[in-house]
Design a protein around this ligand. Structure first.
Ligand code: PLP
Length: 395
């Protein structure tokens, strides 16, 4: 039996189905209810418009500053859209996935066939690793970067070549360029980089992509790009529109605060997207995530507010590091900082947890005394600051 995931997606005949969803920016949810037989027979959820007046609160009272999440909660429009759809979860989400891909394609200047929609962006990173594994060749990336691609690649037996960071903890594009050779299968770039928060100057990155993508596929992970000062100049979608073998991945887990709901997408050459769909392992996209994602993309005021909040949050973290007298990777551009503790990072994380603050422990082996701390609500950042001060002044 054929896997319905890929043959129901992005096929022109299915596009008509989208029409039932009234696929424009708004109204996918309303359209679904209006045009689906079953939806009109069994009343869709009539929950009153959800009011998001308070951010998500961690019931344990622990300030979770370890996972680069958005502590403020999702767009009220996203919550409302989801609440209206709670009675419509019996159908597969293929038409809505198609609608979402259309919407993304229009925003990114690519064809819907070039959009791979997944449950968060992690599956895209993993699918890309698998894709390279099947094609053959090594992956060249940087030391101290996000593990999504390298970890899966290594598990499958693909060799990953890690080039050291520059002195100021940035990606060393010259070194990465020089490392691309006959054995290279792909390049992975995380910009802004997790955990350092460093970005690559757009013109420099563009020159690199132009050159490298003539040799191998280049993956650009832009999970945090919409929080960067350089946004939108740092966005590299134009290479995908131009038909280069470039993949740009985005997630709704960060600025859109949907880490627990899951939604992400990658834009890439259509044949690559099809090859990844055909694995049949990416059919996990869920209906609520899609309606929330559509609504989030329409909520410009929320986006602007969150961008500001993430920037303010990282400024507070920088002020904290300065007050603690601890060095940090300069000019961080995500919702986190990468800080030199002057003590073992796991020991620090354990002590912080005792004081009700969760931060990253030993994760990037090259720097056993550095940790990544991400934004929390204001009072959580204050709690983190006070706890870190106690711990670090005692050493
Ligand atoms: C750089 C980067 N890419 C991708 C992801 C994957 O996130 P998700 O699967 O929630 O989209 C993360 C998560 O922290 C990340 O930091």
């Amino acid at each position: 039996m054929k896997n319905p995931d890929y043959d129901q997606l992005i096929s022109p005949s299915r596009r008509n189905l989208m029409k039932f969803a009234g696929v424009g920016a708004l109204g996918a949810a309303a359209g679904l209810a209006a045009c689906s037989d079953s939806a009109s027979a069994s009343a869709p959820a009539t929950a009153a418009a959800a009011k998001v007046t308070a951010p998500a609160v961690n019931p344990d009272g622990i300030a979770i500053m370890s996972a680069n999440e958005n502590p403020y909660g999702p767009s009220p429009m996203a919550v409302e859209a989801m609440s209206k759809e709670l009675n419509n979860l019996n159908r597969y989400a293929y038409p809505l996935t198609q609608a979402f891909a259309e919407k993304v394609a229009a925003r990114e200047g690519v064809l819907p066939e070039q959009v791979l929609v997944t449950n968060g962006s992690s599956p895209i990173l993993a699918a890309f690793s698998d894709y390279v594994n099947v094609k053959g060749g090594e992956i060249v990336t940087s030391a101290i970067t996000y593990e999504g691609v390298p970890r899966v690649a290594e598990q499958a037996g693909t060799k990953v070549v890690y080039m050291p960071l520059t002195q100021d903890l940035g990606y060393d594009l010259e070194a990465i360029s020089a490392a691309i050779g006959p054995n290279t299968g792909a390049v992975y770039i995380c910009n802004p980089n997790n955990p350092t928060g460093r970005t690559i100057e757009p013109a420099k990155l563009k020159a690199f992509i132009e050159d490298a993508s003539a040799k191998v596929p280049v993956f650009i992970d832009e999970a945090y790009m919409d929080m960067a000062d350089d946004y939108p100049a740092g966005v590299m979608s134009e290479f995908v529109s131009a038909g280069k073998p470039v993949i740009v991945a985005r997630t709704f887990s960060k600025i859109y605060a949907m880490a627990g709901q899951r939604l992400g997408y990658g834009i890439m050459p259509a044949d690559m997207a099809m090859a990844m769909r055909k694995t049949g392992r990416l059919s996990s996209v869920n209906h609520l995530g899609l309606v929330a994602g559509m609504a989030s993309l329409d909520d410009k005021a929320y986006f602007d507010d969150m961008r500001l909040k993430m920037i303010k949050g990282r400024e507070k973290l920088i002020a904290m590091a300065n007050d603690l007298g601890r060095p940090y990777a300069p000019n961080p551009q995500g919702n986190f900082i990468y800080m030199d503790l002057g003590m073992n990072n796991q020991e620090f994380a354990d002590k912080m947890l005792e004081k009700g603050v969760k931060v990253v422990g030993s994760r990037w082996a090259d720097k056993p005394e550095w940790t990544r701390i991400c934004v929390g609500l204001d009072h959580e950042i204050e709690k983190c600051h006070a706890a870190a001060k106690e711990i670090l002044t005692a050493i």
